[in-house]
Design a protein around this ligand. Sequence first.
Ligand code: PMP
Length: 429
Amino acid sequence: MMLMQDTANNLFEESKKHIPGGVNSPVHAFKAVGGEPFITERADGAIIRTTEGKELIDFVGAWGPAILGHNHPAIRAAIQEALDRGTGYGTPNLYALRLAKKIVELVPSIEKIRMVSSGTEATMSAIRLARGYTGRDKIIKFSGCYHGHSDGLLVKAGSGALTFGNPDSAGVPKSYASETIVLPFNNIEALEKIFSQLSDQIAAVILEPYPANCGLIFPISGYLKKIRELCTTNRSIMILDEVMTGFRVALGGAQERENIRPDLTTFAKIMGGGLPAAAFGGKAEIMDCLSPEGPVYQAGTLSGNPLAMAAGLKALELLQEEMPYEQLNKMGLIMKEAILMGAKEKGISIQVPQVGSMFSFFFSEKPVLNMEDALATQSEYFKRVFKYTLDHGVFLPPSPFETCFISTSHEGELIKNGSEIVYKAIKSL
Ligand code: PMP
């Protein structure tokens, strides 16, 4: 391809002419860490290859989907097999049915599920469903939790919005945002107080079980159970956003690990096997309020697309067969140890939250429990670590507020080399 002879800089300049900021999602632009993004030529296993021929050990994993590594041969074969039957039909199809059955089998709280194409659509639709089912308007979300970019959810969201220091987007009507109550994560009193004031107005509480969009944060002991209890008592819908954690931290997601049964759950990323697929599901009684059974409208031209369904189904089947979660956790611990050791030898304070194949690091003396804590950490250090690692062949997420992902393809030399480079980066601070 002609394009590949160009330098990444030239290509990015050209991209900027045609695409706002040169990117199709803000965090791709590397603004939080400075510099310009590389352009990817291809990705296989745990390696990203740039148009300049550089090979990088990848800890971004396409922002979550690539738990089995990029371009997995079995997923490719499943897509190929589906491709032979057409690229999309716009009718019910066997792949969508099989994927729905698989998710219902793997996640006990899911009795029925509907397919969409992105995490944003999944959370937006789950919120509408909760409102339609309860006949209430207000929702509760937590600062730092990102649930996609629909209007009512783009309030104190983490991730890209945080990175740009502009938590609320222009273009979101105040009236929409005013139906969203934002509370600090891990604060039981704040939640109890709101429920005592507005009990019969709250349609839903939506949260990431392990918030992973302002670094990685864990719920304090009993917190998720308390949310479950408050939702049940006040007849509000508990929506667990498992777009990041679903099929990643366990086959049944964070809800399996935490033994929590939400009313509704949203999925994306891994369940699409690298293609655009997402879903929301939960109690049949609630799901049956969706059109055409019920009054809550929701639709999608590409929903249940056979290629995406085939890719996602194969990814979930592979995870179920291989059960790589122990192996992934061991690699997570290798990364954690390396980061801790680098910081210890350098004499700087660091926190390394890690669960299985997800980890992040905060330059902070105390554990980070919510967005306010995350914002108080030293993000200047992160920039330097990012730059060092990129110069030495490791791709970390280009923002201190993202979570790093490990795949099964990192096993062996790559996790060893990757952890060593990150260790050296921290020591070099
Ligand atoms: N929810 C969570 C927890 C996410 O992390 C994301 C995206 N990273 C979304 C929703 C939105 O998903 P998408 O980017 O597919 O719209």
